[in-house]
Design a binder for this molecule. Structure first.
Ligand SMILES: [Mg+2]
Length: 288
């Protein structure tokens, strides 16, 4: 744990902050001295920039500090850096109008198949830029706390079993891939204990593109990076949480840490530390 990293990639909700509405003073205070030391900090989150510190993250840092801050957001959609204190998207995976419309159709088809074949009703959030979010547990609210809670996994598995969805979560991913194939689109579905997300990118695209940028600009290699999240845990044989997508062919020689307390299997190469947000904040402070 004494190793000093040149770039630290981290999830936001549940890793850097307890919830989207929680105060950000602690995390920004831990980030500032590292940015001053020119350590590259990379927030990797499924959410949009409006949901990171209420869209005001940049206001917490100086122009100089912002030069070392990156955001990989929207489940692979947008990669941001700052120039002269202004945020700019330096790479994206935005679909054209037709592809976006097809993603919506694919998700509606998935919804209908689950409803008609299995009697499982879902809600779909359509307003994301290159994917849809299918809420599988419409009766169960996470409230403001967006981190995965222990019993959610069992509740979803029970729910799928009760409705006769074969092969559990893998079955949902198979249904999604088949629905995409009908439109000639290779979708990248992911599933956590509550949401099935179907689109054309994932957190893998964020980390690959931002690491690519850091490699080009500063010759930083994956071995000099660490990757922090709270959703690495296996939710079924061979299926891991959203943060596991940060571990790609390009990044896998880096160091991966899970601050979640949830018991279960982690992907190869991911160390479970537990301790939640406090553990991550403690790590940042040790890095200075
Ligand atoms: Mg999280």
């Amino acid at each position: 744990m004494k190793k000093k990293y040149k770039a630290i990639f981290f999830d936001w909700d549940g890793t850097a902050v307890l919830s989207r509405k929680a105060p950000v003073e602690d995390i920004v205070a831990a980030m500032r001295p590292l940015l001053d030391e020119k350590v590259n900090l990379v927030i990797v989150s499924g959410t949009t920039i409006e949901n990171i510190a209420g869209g005001k993250l940049a206001e917490y840092f100086t122009e100089e500090q912002l030069n070392y801050l990156y955001l990989g957001l929207g489940r692979g959609t947008f990669n941001y850096r700052y120039e002269n204190g202004q945020e700019l998207v330096f790479s994206d995976m935005l679909p054209d109008e037709k592809l976006l419309a097809d993603i919506h159709r694919i998700c509606f088809d998935i919804h209908m198949e689950l409803l008609e074949k299995y009697g499982l009703n879902t809600d779909i959030v359509f307003s994301r830029p290159n994917y849809c979010k299918i809420d599988l547990m419409v009766a169960n609210q996470r409230g403001d706390n967006l981190f995965m809670q222990e019993n959610e996994l069992d509740m979803l598995k029970d729910c799928l079993k009760k409705h006769g969805v074969e092969n559990g979560l893998q079955g949902l991913l198979d249904i999604s891939v088949a629905a995409g194939a009908k439109y000639g689109i290779q979708v990248k579905p992911t599933c956590d204990a509550k949401y099935l997300e179907v689109g054309i990118s994932s957190k893998s695209d964020n980390v690959d593109q931002i690491l690519g940028y850091l490699q080009e600009k500063y010759e930083i290699s994956a071995e000099e990076c660490s990757f922090w999240g709270d959703e690495y845990v296996g939710i079924e044989e061979g299926i891991y949480g959203s943060d596991s997508f940060m571990r790609t062919d390009k990044t896998k020689s880096g160091y991966f840490f899970d601050v979640s307390e949830v018991p279960g299997k982690r992907p190869e190469g991911v160390e479970q530390l537990g301790g939640g947000v406090d553990r991550f904040l403690g790590f940042l402070k040790e890095q200075v």
